[in-house]
Design a protein around this ligand. Structure first.
Ligand code: HSE
Length: 374
């Protein structure tokens, strides 16, 4: 099997090493705009070289972002190449287009590393939803924010310094805004929900709030109250349709997610008959992410052609039936006077309000987090 890699960064370098360890596999090309003398003639700067070479079986895209990744991946699919990608931004934004292109051209499109890094989450979800109805998915899908919240909780440090540590450790996206404000997690929730429920949803439809405003004082108050803050992505089938949010949540300190340390991820689904299945592990990093890309390549070699879900029904998120209590530290306290129920630290806790009602007032908050009742 001949592979062409798009991107020779952290993940691309890992796939380059790992894929060639498998008998029968050769990396024929590596496309990158930078120069890498050690790659010799394998290094190319034009996608045309790859799509015009009939010997290339699989294109593995690890460039990140949507431009030019979409054009390159679309060209590869149209040229009859199987595609493996770790790019969550690409799959979340072009879910319908790319799954349709793969189907029309009779080739595989696999993206297991796009959610959960090295965790076999999407492949497990694929197996589960082929035999059961998935009722909900939930969890920690971003290592950077979990690292920040965990270290702030254990060491009492302020946000800015811990974010800097996370960047130095290489967990954060190039622009850490994608991590701390929730963009990265929301893309992972879109892909997971699309597959779990056989739907197609838009990123901007999911309410999202991040941890940019959290302080050591907030965390101290949560600890005092027996609560642990974690960034939680969740979606569920409800009476109204599909609900979904990406937001900090306050969990009882005994909740499984509260014990997730450092940059680890923990994601779970609940199946109607299967009940809960939870997955814990390294959600980022060179070799965990590369391992899922390589496994996708081996699955394609073994004949895997289908996408994770066979339906993609266009769906609008409906959160109006989801009622939650929120911890709110407001910059305009009057905006919450009608829903405040009790005090917590420097903020208040609201009575249970519909999720859209909270997000309608989000701009009046310095920080807010939902209370998850167990
Ligand atoms: N920045 C991401 C994280 C990388 O922190 O989880 C993996 O998607």
């Amino acid at each position: 099997m001949k592979a062409a890699l798009l991107g020779f960064g952290v993940v691309g370098g890992g796939v380059y090493t790992m894929l060639q360890e498998h008998p029968g596999w050769e990396v024929a090309y590596v496309l990158d705009k930078r120069e890498f003398p050690e790659l010799g003639e394998k290094l190319v700067h034009s996608i045309d070289t790859i799509v015009n070479d009939p010997a290339v079986d699989v294109v593995v895209e690890m460039m990140g972002g949507t431009k030019p990744a979409f054009d390159f991946v679309a060209a590869a699919l149209k040229a009859g190449k199987h595609v493996v990608t770790s790019n969550k931004a690409l799959i979340a934004a072009y879910y319908n287009e790319l799954t349709a292109l793969a189907r029309e051209n009779g080739v595989a499109l696999r993206c297991t590393a796009a959610v959960g890094g090295g965790i076999p989450w999407l492949t497990s979800l694929e197996r589960a939803c082929s035999v059961d109805t998935i009722e909900s998915i939930s969890g920690i899908m971003n290592g950077t924010t979990n690292y920040i919240l965990d270290v702030m909780t254990r060491e009492g440090k302020e946000f800015a310094g811990v974010l800097k540590n996370a960047q130095e450790l290489g967990y954060a996206e190039a622009d850490p805004t994608a991590d701390i404000d929730g963009w990265d997690i929301r893309r992972k929730l879109v892909i997971s929900s699309n597959i779990a429920y056989g739907i197609s949803i838009q990123e901007e439809d999911i309410p999202m709030s991040g941890i940019r405003g959290i302080t050591a004082e907030d965390i101290a108050a949560f600890t005092e109250a027996g609560l642990v803050c974690r960034m939680i992505a969740s979606s569920a089938r409800t009476a109204e349709g599909i609900s979904a949010t990406v937001e900090p949540m306050l969990l009882p300190k005994g909740a499984p997610e509260a014990a997730v340390p450092l940059n680890y991820n923990r994601i779970s689904y609940v199946g109607e008959r299967l009940g809960i299945q939870a997955f814990f592990g390294q959600g980022a990093g060179r070799y965990p992410t590369a391992a899922n890309c390589v496994r996708d390549c081996l699955d394609i070699e073994a004949g895997k052609r289908s996408f994770y879900a066979d339906k993609a029904v266009p769906t609008t998120i409906r959160n109006e039936g989801s009622l939650r209590r929120y911890y709110v530290r407001a910059n305009d306290a009057a905006a919450f006077a009608d829903v405040a129920e009790s005090k917590l630290g420097c903020g208040i806790v609201t009575r249970a309000i519909p999720v859209p009602e909270m997000y309608a007032r989000a701009e009046k908050c310095s920080f807010f987090a939902a209370l998850r009742e167990e």
